[in-house]
Design a protein around this ligand. Sequence first.
Ligand code: GMT
Length: 381
Amino acid sequence: MKIGIVCYPTFGGSGVVATELGLGLAKKGHQIHFVTYKRPARLTEFHENIYYHEVGEVSYPLFEYAPYDTALTSKLVDVVQFENLDILHVHYAIPHATVAYLAKKILLASGKYLPFITTLHGTDITLVGNDQSFAPVVQFSMNKSDGITAVSQFLKDRTAQSFRLEKDIRVIYNFIDFSRFKKSDKDHFRKAIAPDGEKIVMHTSNFRKVKRVEDVVRIFAEVVNEVPAKLLMVGDGPERRHCEDLCRSLGICNNIRFLGKQDAVEELLALSDLFLLPSSNESFGLAALEAMACEVPVVSSNVGGLPEVNIHGETGFLSDVGDIQSMAKDAIKLLSNDDLHKSFSQQAYAHAKQFDIDIVLPQYENFYQEVMEESKPNLIV
Ligand code: GMT
């Protein structure tokens, strides 16, 4: 198939999933065309089946806000026509589903039929999509999508509660490439971070408010009182400054390293002992799955889709949002009992196996085929 993929090209979860999906499909022989405003962060390797089309910046003194949606629609129309794409897959409803619908209508007027699938990732529904400034447009665009997928059962249910949908949503879970995310013995690397055999605790995110990164530091402050440990904070974003201030005021900076954005997050996970994800909202929690694939147990909050990924008492522990004491207690339990840690690590890996890219990718391929076949007769929309 010739597939167009539209996503946010940043380190955010939806962009990561879209890029890994494109890479996986390209390896299976499909021709993939990414259409984004910047090269997607994880699109680092050359592949003969991958094409990248950049949406140029539009600036004109009249525009206080550059009309990105219009530029993206025009680019899509051009790419679809020239490359003769079969299907378009947009990630994150705002504004991508709306843009896809407009591109579809424009293309139809010139005789080209293009079905499109919208994948909902989380905040496009739970936070932004529910905002009255977006809601009617999001609802309309979802209903005009030829297929809709959600990355967890939670997100499917939440979407159905919040919007009047005329279409069924297919749950296709996020996935993991086990050839990249795996446990490895990098002793020299481990020694550089934890020279005295300290346990390594890790958190990765985009440091937005929803990630509650200050909770990570507060949980770690409790942990380090009981277990010699180091904390790796990977990623960057608006909350990092507050987080660094908190480390200073708690006097634990020597035990915490802020590593910023990292391309090879799997190498750091591979040597970690515990992953912390205390988010106030998480439709899936891809970061937790990446940790579990590397045999790292997870201590997380119990919101959204997290209970579908992290199984309480099996792959890690879950607590109410903001319950720092309980999360710290569970973290200490795991870090101070080697046998318990070993069984949780193995169970985390076993559960993560359900989300293997080799299982999930065919679900997308089948859905593309279904949508292309089913939507063909409805040429007039
Ligand atoms: O919050 C992020 O990390 C970014 C955000 C996005 O849409 O780019 O992530 C959402 O999509 C990820 C991939 O499907 C999910 O794993 C995250 O749980 C989800 N984030 C939230 O729901 C807050």
